[in-house]
Design a protein around this ligand. Structure first.
Ligand code: NAD
Ligand code: UDP
Length: 319
């Protein structure tokens, strides 16, 4: 597609944390954006500023039902991402991933759109291979409390690759590792937002388990750049591709950094580790470096500082 061509782009889950940043970026790039969301975890506040832009449209719709629109590209992000939220209604979570993928792939096939799937590092489960490369098949419990999300996303990947092989659909599967930043929901339940909100309120920081489990945290702006670059790769490249920041930290280190950056008087409190909580996680991003010429540039302390500023403003506004 020629550079500068104004595309019609559908973003499912567009009112969520990542989706709202993606909508904003695509509008800045000069495209028409249709945001589809059922507002299960996303909010109208996340996209309020975008409504002034005549190239932006929003539609309340649940992706488990078919959707009939005309678009050139689809970014399929609809799915709660926080363990607390995706475990609240696990059947709906699997339906969102699986029926949502079927519906969006059907739409892509009908209108010949290119389609990106927001997959996840959870397809690797509690990984035995470290760091995780795309060729690793993972270590996933099929019947645990995280399975609705992990297996739903794995099944979505299967559907994407079957549409690629069977219907020659242009697909892009990105496996996203833990990403954080402004517009995470204050009650989202994921670790970065939990720790920052707790620290800003001088409440105890809730460490699950001993806090020695690790994650690799990517700042949202870095990730969105990778989405757009992956979508622009040649049609014969479907992925999957790991997208994340390879700098790995223990959850305890994260807590200590948040306390230091906020100047909080919070203490650490230790709570039971949720079942099937992965012990370690770090993306191997060699493929993304080579194919996209991309790597994250925001170090954890800088990304946390920007995210703390966001939550500080938000908490003051709702006091
Ligand atoms: P989020 O919960 O903020 O956003 C998800 C959005 O999807 C919300 O706006 C929600 O209302 C919407 N949604 C949920 N079910 C829907 C349905 N049935 N129909 C229509 N909309 C629906 O989460 P996020 O962090 O922005 O994650 C976006 C996507 O990226 C998800 O698919 C998630 O699995 C994936 N992902 C995110 C991360 C991360 O660290 N943020 C990591 C791995 C994968
Ligand atoms: N975690 C924690 N305290 C919290 C929230 C999360 O110690 O208040 C831990 C959680 O057990 C996990 C890690 O932080 O080991 C990341 O959790 P999150 O829910 O952000 O994402 P996950 O990578 O587990 O999907």
């Amino acid at each position: 597609m020629a550079k500068g061509y104004r595309k019609k782009i559908l973003v499912t889950g567009g009112a969520g944390f990542l989706g709202s940043h993606l909508c904003e970026r695509l509008l800045l790039d000069g495209h028409d954006v249709l945001c589809v969301d059922n507002f299960y975890t996303g909010t109208k506040d996340n996209i309020a500023r975008l409504l002034e832009n005549h190239c932006f449209e929003v539609m309340r719709h649940d992706v488990t039902f078919p959707l009939y629109v005309e678009v050139d590209e689809i970014y399929n992000l609809a799915c709660p991402a926080s363990p607390i939220h995706y475990q609240h209604d696990p059947v709906q979570t699997t339906k969102t991933s699986v029926h949502g993928a079927i519906n969006m792939l059907g739409l892509a096939k009908r209108v010949k759109a290119k389609i990106f799937q927001a997959s996840t590092s959870e397809v690797y489960g509690d990984p035995i291979v470290h760091p995780q490369t795309e060729s690793y098949w993972g270590n996933v419990n099929p019947i645990g409390t995280r399975s609705c999300y992990d297996e739903g996303k794995r099944c979505a990947e299967t559907l994407f690759f079957d549409y690629y092989r069977q219907h020659k659909l242009r697909i892009k599967v990105g496996r996203i590792f833990n990403t954080y930043g402004p517009r995470m929901h204050p009650n989202d339940g994921r670790v970065v937002s939990n720790f920052i909100v707790q620290a800003l309120k001088n409440e105890p920081i809730t460490l699950y388990g001993d806090g020695n489990q690790s994650r690799s945290f990517c700042y949202v702006d870095d990730l969105i750049e990778a989405f757009v670059r992956l979508m622009d790769t040649p049609d014969d490249f479907p992925g999957p591709m790991n997208l994340g920041n390879p700098n790995e930290f223990t959850i305890r280190q994260l807590a200590e950094t948040v306390i230091e950056l906020t100047g909080a008087r919070s203490e650490l409190t230790f709570l039971p580790l949720p079942s099937d909580d992965p012990r370690q996680r770090q993306p191997d991003i060699t493929l993304a470096r080579e194919m996209l010429g991309w790597e994250p540039t925001t170090v954890l302390r800088d990304g946390l500082t920007r995210t703390i500023e966001y939550f500080d403003r938000l908490l003051r506004a709702i006091k």
